[in-house]
Design a protein around this ligand. Structure first.
Ligand SMILES: [Zn+2]
Ligand SMILES: [Zn+2]
Length: 282
């Protein structure tokens, strides 16, 4: 079974996110836990937390189909001490928010090493992940693959695997695969989606794949650019998505659209669901 949804807005109140997801026919969704571009934000209001939980339940969303996305200021791999400190504080705050909402996972980019050695960046990322998870034994951080622009880590599956290997809290670190980022990083999912998915499965195992971000790409293969596009309107093309939703890797996890035109989300969800239904011969 597949669960398709989108990254919905938390504008006005975070409790509206499940409502917005339901409106587009989603079975899963992503959200930010606060304004993603600022270092500090007011605490979540008790009423909002209660309303969020209530909406989640009444609208029929499973907890594991909600995959929050951490804010963009956090850099887990920074070589600068003050930046690492601030990143850890903010990341822990966001994990706390997710827990308050009754959620058990969060998605984050591995970060950028900025200067020096790439391997040091991978190690710093693993160390900060361990620190961020020190107070919990059942909360999962999903590391998202990236297109690898600049000194951003995580543009290869092996690199994500190395970060997990370096961490002590291995069992609490999983993976999110973003199709646009994979393509930008040089994985040709336009023509070889299944073999790339096979590779990810054999490297991590099904249980480690926490979610997927389903996006077409405005940028070329191996461009190292992160430019999302609506499904079928970019360089990846529609057939890859048919293959992906039919693949074992996509079953039973949140498949989140982060495509550029929100007005198309409803149709994109229907299209992906139909691809899957036809595949299983429903
Ligand atoms: Zn992301
Ligand atoms: Zn993404």
């Amino acid at each position: 079974m597949i669960y398709v949804g989108a990254h919905v807005s938390i504008a006005k109140d975070i409790s509206l996110a499940p409502v917005r997801a339901k409106e587009i026919g989603a079975g899963a969704f992503a959200l930010f836990l606060k304004n993603q571009k600022v270092w500090s934000a007011p605490e979540l209001k008790k009423e909002s937390v209660e309303a969020f939980k209530e909406n989640l339940k009444s609208l029929g969303f499973l907890e594991r189909m909600v995959l929050p996305h951490a804010g963009y200021l956090i850099n887990l791999a920074s070589p600068k001490e003050d930046m690492a400190e601030k990143s850890l504080t903010l990341f822990k705050d966001e994990i706390g928010r997710a827990k308050m909402l009754g959620l058990k996972r969060i998605n984050i980019h591995p970060g950028a090493y900025i200067e020096g050695e790439r391997n040091d960046g991978l190690r710093r990322c693993a160390e900060l992940l361990d620190k961020a998870l020190e107070d919990t034994d059942d909360f999962i951080v999903a590391l998202e693959d990236t297109a690898g622009s600049g000194s951003n880590l995580g543009s290869s599956l092996e690199e994500l695997s190395t970060i997990i290997e370096c961490a002590k809290k291995k069992d609490q670190i999983g993976i999110t695969l973003d199709t646009c980022h994979l393509y930008g990083a040089g994985y040709d999912i336009r023509t070889k989606a299944s073999s790339v998915m096979d590779r990810a499965l054999s490297l991590f195992g099904k249980d480690k794949i926490i979610g997927m971000h389903i996006n077409d790409s405005k940028a070329e293969l191996a461009s190292h650019k992160d430019r999302h596009e609506s499904l079928g309107k970019g360089k990846i093309g529609i057939e890859a998505f048919r293959e992906i939703v039919s693949h074992e890797i996509a079953q039973g996890i949140p498949l989140i659209l982060e495509t550029v035109d929100e007005s198309l989300w409803k149709d994109e969800i229907i299209m992906l669901s139909e691809f899957h239904e036809k595949h299983i011969g429903k």
